[in-house]
Design a protein around this ligand. Structure first.
Ligand code: ADP
Length: 464
């Protein structure tokens, strides 16, 4: 892909009346599905309701989890699908759907290979909370994974001329008298149109930006800030439910612990920052948690502090290991000082307490034992290289684990557990894979693994 590549969405007037496969949503799941479908000989279309492409995926920062990859072996990391399964299952409170989790973990390595075959290289590794092994694959430049993935996928879609329409909202799924998908209704340029198709992939993302759904399922979260783009309103849940699909685990909503929310725009500070060695301190300048515990636990710990927020503290070396930090700095979200004393003054913290905390932390790194909080990962480098940095963070609504019930073949199931013929779903719109807590790096992996699977199974379905 050339650096200057700018994707041009299709002209509205060219929207046809019929497609082999209609893919709703242009995040990771939708774009991966589209490419996979084309490679299996189908003519798909991607419909996106927003003026911009990439959904929440384009904002993803940490990486894409996968086990048993060559990238891991090159770094001497011997991993297994079984460990990936087990850690995800534990992290999700053992509420994950075992069949989905099994498919997901055992196809993660292939997904990395598939991307590599398409020139999408995730050759570097980092850690995310709840994982004991470096499993989050990211670009070698350490650039945020989401934008890298989406831009490359759009470039690939352009090469094979897959039509992608923006400002095109799907408002209804249509079934024939036998219960099979026969089309979709869309709204674009203020008018309605019906498209014929025998298969649909719902890749509409989650409902983190829907006050209506949060109020219904988690009323106490309805007024929280969210890291989600404004189009993450759970449309796929409504579209599916109207034709009998079953939403499951809708009350399982993930709060991300480290979100900068002091400016009008909300910025998620990726887990890689902690994975690469940053610590969290409270208003006394002291650590209060294993920074790489699961998102649920770290969020609870921050919310339990009197000011319900904390500071991420890191040094120049961490900054160099996580490219996104330069971006946050450019956005004015980072406080910086030549010495810890000066940083403490900027944060209005007790300087000697902050210095003590770093001294203790560096001993933890040296000995490899975190007696107080039991952190075991992301502690290979001391925090000792000036200048020092701080980012003010607090939890925000980040991800909705619940969604439409699917099987291993990404087929949408109805309330009786029967397949709705022709309806597939992938990505955050689905429920069950993550249990009560999604592990960082698993959402990008989910979009690739199940985005591919949805297209593969749609191809099989359309052949019959
Ligand atoms: P995932 O990570 O599962 O791929 P994303 O949030 O990245 O999900 O992408 C989902 C995309 O689907 C978003 O760009 C969103 O705007 C789009 N979308 C949601 N509802 C509709 C709809 N009714 N019609 C068309 N696009 C939609």
């Amino acid at each position: 892909m050339t650096e200057k590549f700018q994707f041009e969405p299709s002209e509205p007037a060219t929207l046809a009346d019929h497609y082999d496969l209609v893919i709703i949503g242009s995040g990771g799941a939708g774009l991966v599905s589209a490419l996979q479908a084309r490679e299996l000989g189908l003519h798909p279309v991607v419909l996106e309701k927003m003026p911009t492409l990439g959904g929440n995926t384009i904002k993803a920062s940490s990486g894409m989890n996968a086990a048993e990859t060559n990238v891991q072996l090159r770094q001497g990391i011997v991993d297994s699908f079984a460990e990936f399964y087990e850690e995800t299952f534990q992290g999700g409170g053992r509420l994950n759907d075992p069949a989905l989790l099994e498919y997901f973990t055992t196809h993660s390595g292939q997904a990395i290979d598939w991307l590599r075959l398409h020139g999408i290289f995730l050759n570097d590794l980092t850690l995310t909370g709840g994982m004991k092994k470096k499993r989050a694959h990211r670009p070698e430049s350490t650039a945020p994974v989401g934008a890298y993935l989406i831009n490359n996928l759009l470039w690939l879609l352009a090469q094979v001329k897959i039509p992608v329409y923006t400002n095109t909202r799907v408002t209804e799924l249509l079934k024939d008298e036998t219960g099979k998908i026969k089309g979709v209704k869309v709204e674009l340029l203020g008018s309605e149109k019906t498209l014929k198709t025998k298969a649909v992939v719902l890749a509409t993302g989650g409902f983190g930006a829907s006050k209506q759904l949060l109020k219904r399922y988690r009323p106490e979260l309805a007024e929280y800030q969210t890291t989600n783009q404004s189009g993450a309103t759970g449309d796929g849940i409504f579209l599916g439910a109207e034709i009998g699909a079953q939403p499951i685990q809708m009350e399982l909503v993930q709060i991300h612990p480290t979100v900068q929310q002091d400016t009008e725009k909300v910025f998620l500070i990726g887990e890689a920052v902690r994975g690469e060695g940053a610590i969290l301190v409270d208003q006394f300048g002291e650590r209060f948690t294993d920074e790489l515990g699961t998102r649920r636990v770290v969020s609870q710990k921050i919310t339990a502090l009197p000011e319900r927020s904390a500071y991420l503290i890191y040094d120049q070396a961490v900054k160099e290991r996580v490219k996104a930090l330069a971006f946050y700095e450019a956005k004015g979200l980072v406080l910086k000082a030549d010495t810890l004393t000066k940083l403490a003054a900027k944060l209005e913290l007790n300087a000697s307490a902050l210095e003590d905390t770093l001294r203790q932390w560096n001993t933890v790194v040296e000995t490899g034992v975190d007696v107080r909080f039991g952190r075991t990962t992301g502690m290979t480098h001391k925090l000792a290289q000036a200048p020092y940095y701080a980012i003010h963070v607090a939890p925000a609504v980040h991800y909705t684990m619940g969604g439409l019930h699917i099987d291993q073949k990404a087929r949408v199931l109805d309330r009786n557990g029967a397949v709705i013929p022709g309806l597939f779903a992938a990505g955050e719109v689905t429920g069950g894979l993550h249990g009560n807590n999604r592990i960082g790096g698993n959402s990008i992996a989910e979009t690739v693994v199940f985005g591919r699977q949805a297209a593969q199974q749609a191809a099989v379905y359309l052949e019959d």
